[in-house]
Design a protein around this ligand. Structure first.
Ligand SMILES: [Zn+2]
Ligand SMILES: [Zn+2]
Length: 354
C-alpha cells in the first residue's frame, strides 16, 4: 500500500510499504480521509518534541471503511456495550462499516481513569496512528460508526472537536456572556461554534482578514483585525469597559496569551487552549488575576466521551466542520498539505485517500 513516511525534519516521502493486518480485537480499515493536525506538523517541522522512531507514518485524524476484522481479542475484546443482551445496544461493528478512530486508548483502571480523568490515563497508548496511508489498523474499542449523513471529511474533525469539548467542560460560559475567541484558525472556529450554541455573544480576534471573514459566516457577532487594532482596547470598547466573561486563547504564543488575560472581565474565565512551542515565560501582572477574580484554566486532549459527543455534534449539524476545510490534497500531495498548514495558509488541510 501507499503510505507517507516521515524520515526526519521536513523529510517525508510517499512510499510503498506492506499493508498492515488486523490482530486480535482489531479492524483493518481502508482509509478515506485524514486531516492535517498542527501536532502532526510540529513533528514534521521539528517544532515539537519528536516522539517515536523514524521512519513513521503520521496522522491521527482519520476515517474510513472496515475491510477486515481480526480474530476476537483474548479478553473478549470490543467495546463493552457490544457484548450485552440489551436489545437497544448498538450492533457490533462489521465489514463495510464507515468508522472514525479515537487514537487515545485509555485503560479504565488506573488512578486517573478511576476518578474520571481519562485524558490523563497513566497507561494511555496511541491505539491508532498512521492515517496518511491507504490502510490502517485500529482496536474495535476505539472505533465509532459514522451515521449516514456524516461524511468522512467531517468525521475526521472528531478528534480536534473532542479537545474543544474538553476545554468547554472546564470553562463556564453562561447564556448572554461576552466571549472572546483569540485566533480564528480551525481550532478557534470549532470553539466559536460550540460557544455559539451555549448562548454566547461572540467576539473573534485574529490578524488574518480572510479568517475573520470565515468567523463572520460562522456566527461571530464582532471581529477584530489584530494586525490593525489593539484587541484588548477593542474588546473593552465592545463590552462597555467590562471585558469578556470568557476568553478562549486558541493560539500558543505570548502576545495572544497576554492579551487574553488583559481582556478578562471581573469573574472572567480565561482558557489557555494552545500549548506554546518552544516553551516561553510571559511577564504578567498577577494583580490582573487577583483583583479581577479571574479563573485561568488550561485543557489538554479529551476523554472517550468527548470523542463520542463530538461525533454527535457533527451528526446533528450543531458543529459544521466543512467550512473549515480550505485545502484538499491526495496522498501524493501530503508534503504540500503539511507545508500549507506549517505556513498557516488557509484553514484546515484535508488529505483524501480513497
Ligand atoms: Zn489532531
Ligand atoms: Zn487509565
Amino acid at each position: 500500500m501507499k503510505a507517507a513516511r516521515l524520515y526526519g525534519t521536513r523529510d517525508m516521502r510517499v512510499e510503498d510499504i506492506d499493508k498492515p493486518t488486523a490482530g486480535p480485537g482489531e479492524a483493518l480499515i481502508r482509509i478515506h480521509a485524514c486531516g492535517v493536525c498542527p501536532s502532526d506538523v510540529r513533528g514534521y517541522t521539528g517544532a515539537g518534541a519528536h516522539r517515536g522512531s523514524f521512519p513513521r507514518t503520521p496522522g491521527h485524524e482519520w476515517t474510513g471503511i472496515i475491510e477486515a476484522l481480526g480474530p476476537p481479542a483474548d479478553d473478549g475484546g470490543g467495546a463493552p456495550s457490544i457484548h450485552t443482551d440489551d436489545a437497544n445496544a448498538p450492533k457490533p461493528l462489521a465489514l463495510g462499516d464507515r468508522v472514525v478512530a479515537d487514537w487515545r486508548y485509555v485503560c479504565g483502571r488506573c488512578y486517573q481513569c478511576r476518578r474520571g480523568v481519562f485524558n490523563y490515563c497513566e497507561n494511555m497508548r496511541r491505539a491508532v496512528r498512521g492515517g496518511f496511508a491507504e490502510y490502517g489498523v485500529a482496536p474495535l474499542t476505539q472505533l465509532r460508526r459514522l451515521p449516514d449523513n456524516v461524511s468522512f471529511e467531517d468525521a475526521s474533525f472528531c478528534e480536534p472537536l473532542a479537545c474543544i469539548l474538553n476545554a468547554h467542560s472546564g470553562t463556564r460560559i453562561d447564556v448572554g456572556d461576552d466571549v472572546v475567541i483569540v485566533g480564528s484558525g480551525p481550532i478557534g472556529m470549532l470553539h466559536l461554534q460550540v460557544a455559539r450554541h451555549r448562548g454566547a455573544r461572540l467576539i473573534v480576534s485574529d490578524p488574518i482578514a480572510q479568517r475573520l471573514e470565515i468567523a463572520k459566516t460562522l456566527g461571530a457577532h464582532d471581529v477584530i483585525d489584530a494586525s490593525a487594532t489593539d484587541p484588548v482596547a477593542r474588546v473593552m470598547q465592545l463590552t462597555e469597559g467590562r471585558g469578556a466573561d470568557a476568553v478562549i486563547v486558541a493560539v500558543g504564543a505570548p502576545e495572544p496569551i497576554r492579551q487574553g488575560l488583559q481582556m478578562g472581565a471581573i469573574n472572567g474565565r480565561v482558557q489557555l487552549f494552545a500549548g506554546t512551542y518552544p516553551t516561553v515565560e510571559i511577564p504578567t501582572d498577577p494583580n490582573l488575576i487577583h483583583y479581577r477574580q479571574l479563573v485561568v484554566t488550561g485543557s489538554h486532549d479529551f476523554t472517550p466521551h468527548h470523542f463520542s459527543t463530538a461525533l454527535r455534534l457533527i451528526q446533528y449539524g450543531i458543529v459544521r466542520p466543512r467550512p473549515l476545510i480550505s485545502h484538499r490534497f491526495t496522498l501524493d500531495g501530503v508534503v504540500e498539505a503539511f507545508e500549507t498548514t506549517a505556513n498557516r495558509r488557509g484553514m484546515k488541510s484535508m488529505v483524501s485517500i480513497a
